[in-house]
Design a binder for this molecule. Structure first.
Ligand code: FES
Length: 124
């Protein structure tokens, strides 16, 4: 059902946890299953310097979050904003069709964290 990459990221999630001094925080949830995710970003010179996530969801959601954090660390926030759910799923080597919606959580949480960061920048 899951490939080796997905299982590896599920069993050994990268960048899990919270950033207490995050510059942006994004939350999202799935209406389909009720799972939720929070993603924290630390930004320096318009690049994502650090990223962490907390996912209360299925294995595919955890693997997607973990992969996403590896994809965005060091990326410019404008580039990170362009990352799609499909790219996260592709980076994992694919997800079973019934689990594709799980990868939405990761990209959506990232986009919300960037929006939060930009709003905070605008407010300061
Ligand atoms: Fe809910 Fe995967 S089943 S995120």
């Amino acid at each position: 059902m899951y490939n080796e990459t997905v299982i590896d990221h599920f069993n050994n999630p990268r960048n899990i946890g919270e950033l207490s001094d995050a510059d942006g925080v994004g939350e999202t949830g799935s209406f389909k299953c009720g799972d939720t995710m929070v993603l924290y970003i630390k930004v320096k010179n318009e690049r994502i310097e650090d990223v962490r996530f907390q996912t209360y969801g299925c294995g595919a959601a955890i693997a997607s979050s973990s992969m996403l954090t590896e994809m965005v660390k060091g990326k410019k926030i404008d580039e990170a904003m362009q990352i799609t759910n499909q790219e996260v799923a592709d980076a994992l080597g694919g997800l079973p069709p019934l689990k594709l919606h799980c990868s939405n959580l990761a990209a959506d949480a990232l986009h919300n964290a960037i929006i939060d960061y930009r709003q905070k920048q605008g407010a300061s």
